[in-house]
Design a binder for this molecule. Structure first.
Ligand SMILES: [Zn+2]
Length: 452
């Protein structure tokens, strides 16, 4: 039986699905099955074709990737069956921040881009990163960015088609793993996603495709997060002039934050009064700060039908993170949202899939990607052991989506908590030792002056 939410979802999805006669094997893998987690195997079989297609595409049209293949003696002829997928050369995620500054940056971007780069014309020979992002946006290429604790940015270019596929793919997970109602209120604890290409904002910004925009509340409106803004926040700028400018741009003073938090708390109180439900989404540290305020001011609420979706991880310091279970208890205690309505998502700029947890808190892997867990020698170690996360993502056409991350995960063949099909990632995802802290939550935490 097709639920009302599913019908509404299908209506919203139509614009992301190209006409059938133009489908590539990638589109077939994404759009053929009406569910991902019931017909997991059927979609996965189509994903195998998509991977072969995608590998050929990047081998033929991306000279950087082709060189990597040649060094490893891999050609499209080597990859004949899914058993050969472990031969696919993988790129380290650090590849996307390994660019030269200045004049070489555009050349680098051109090399990363598979096929002909829709290169904009720039007024200067060395445009800054924000200018590059803006001009590419106009050309239909969205360059997502994030930065790790080192302060160095990663840039991932996505053509319009690949971005639409990512959105569709992520939305499927939301609809199948959460309690989706298009008329829900949404509270986004992020800067306005329509004003930035910062990964965490862009991904949570998918809410605008799932829900009615008049029901979406953004915690920090009118806040344009650019790479320059972030660089200045990190005090990496030189010269007193820049410092003064940085100070002037710094809007996230404790007063601004307090005002924003209070606005959100009042909103939650109103929702409680009106008996409405909401989806509250953002990085955990942000929600944690709001809950801290609510405890201090004795303003707890009860929203038993609402949901929480956290993502972006904690701050850079892994040792300061709260175990998810403790955090879930706090959410239940302060917001009155039951633990089975708490979800967390593991996502990153380089990946077209999001790994969203079910009511049992395991993160489900959609059938549109092949997950891998690697040992120190980068050999696949299969299920039930902790190792380095890597993936074969056939979705992007503008860069090769065959990538090794710096995250430590454990893959399980099936979910211990629910009946959805396909593998899951264990609840806690962390950074491997010696790898710099991951981007988005760290970047956001940096933006916020801590209150005493
Ligand atoms: Zn599950």
């Amino acid at each position: 039986m097709i639920s009302k939410a599913e019908l509404e979802f299908q209506k919203r999805m139509e614009k992301f699905i190209p006409p059938k006669e133009n489908w590539t094997p990638i589109d077939k893998a994404l759009f053929t099955q009406k569910t991902y987690f019931e017909d997991y195997q059927k979609s996965l079989d189509l994903t195998f074709n998509a991977i072969k297609y995608s590998f050929n595409h990047h081998f033929e049209n991306n000279s950087l990737y082709r060189r990597l293949c040649e060094v490893n003696n891999v050609t499209p002829d080597t990859i004949t069956s899914k058993e050969d997928f472990n031969k696919l050369p993988l790129l380290p995620d650090s590849f996307f921040k390994d660019y030269p500054e200045g004049k070489g940056f555009l050349k680098w971007l051109d090399n990363v881009y598979t096929g002909t780069t829709p290169m904009p014309t720039f007024r200067t020979e060395i445009p800054d990163h924000d200018n590059v992002i803006e001009e590419f946006n106009k050309k239909g290429v969205s360059i997502m960015f994030t930065s790790g604790t080192s302060g160095r940015f990663s840039f991932i270019p996505r053509d319009n088609g690949s971005w639409n596929r990512l959105k569709y793919n992520a939305m499927r997970s939301v609809v199948e793993l959460m309690d989706y109602n298009p008329n829900d209120t949404v509270v986004l604890l992020i800067p306005d996603p329509r004003l930035t290409n910062l990964t965490i904002a862009s991904l949570f910004g998918i809410a605008y495709d799932l829900y009615n925009s008049e029901n979406i509340h953004v915690a920090l409106e009118d806040m344009k997060i650019t790479t320059q803004y972030l660089r200045m926040q990190r005090a990496e700028t030189i010269g007193i002039k820049e410092k003064i400018k940085a100070k002037a741009m710094s809007k996230l003073s404790p007063i601004v934050l307090k005002r924003s938090d209070n606005k959100i708390i009042s909103l939650l109180e109103n929702l409680e009064k009106e008996g409405k439900r909401a989806n509250i989404a953002g990085p955990p540290f942000w929600l944690n700060r709001i809950m801290g305020r609510m405890i201090k001011e004795d303003r707890k609420v009860k929203l038993p039908d609402s949901q929480v979706l956290t993502g972006g991880g904690w701050k850079a310091e892994e040792d300061k993170r709260t175990p998810e279970e403790t955090f879930r208890e706090k959410v239940e205690n302060v917001l009155g949202i039951p633990q089975d309505r708490f979800h967390d998502v593991y996502a990153m700029s380089e990946c077209s899939s999001v790994f969203l947890s079910c009511e049992g808190h395991y993160k489900h892997v959609p059938p549109t990607i092949i997950p891998l867990v690697l040992d120190e020698n980068l050999n696949s170690i299969g299920y039930d052991k902790f190792g380095r996360f890597a993936f074969i993502d056939p979705i992007p056409e503008s860069y090769p989506g065959f990538i090794i991350t710096g995250d430590k995960v454990k893959l399980m063949e099936r979910c211990p908590a629910c009946n959805r099909k396909g593998p899951v990632l264990d609840i806690e995802v962390s950074r491997l030792p010696g790898v710099e802290g991951r981007g988005c939550a760290a970047v956001m935490a940096d933006l916020m002056e801590q209150e005493e």
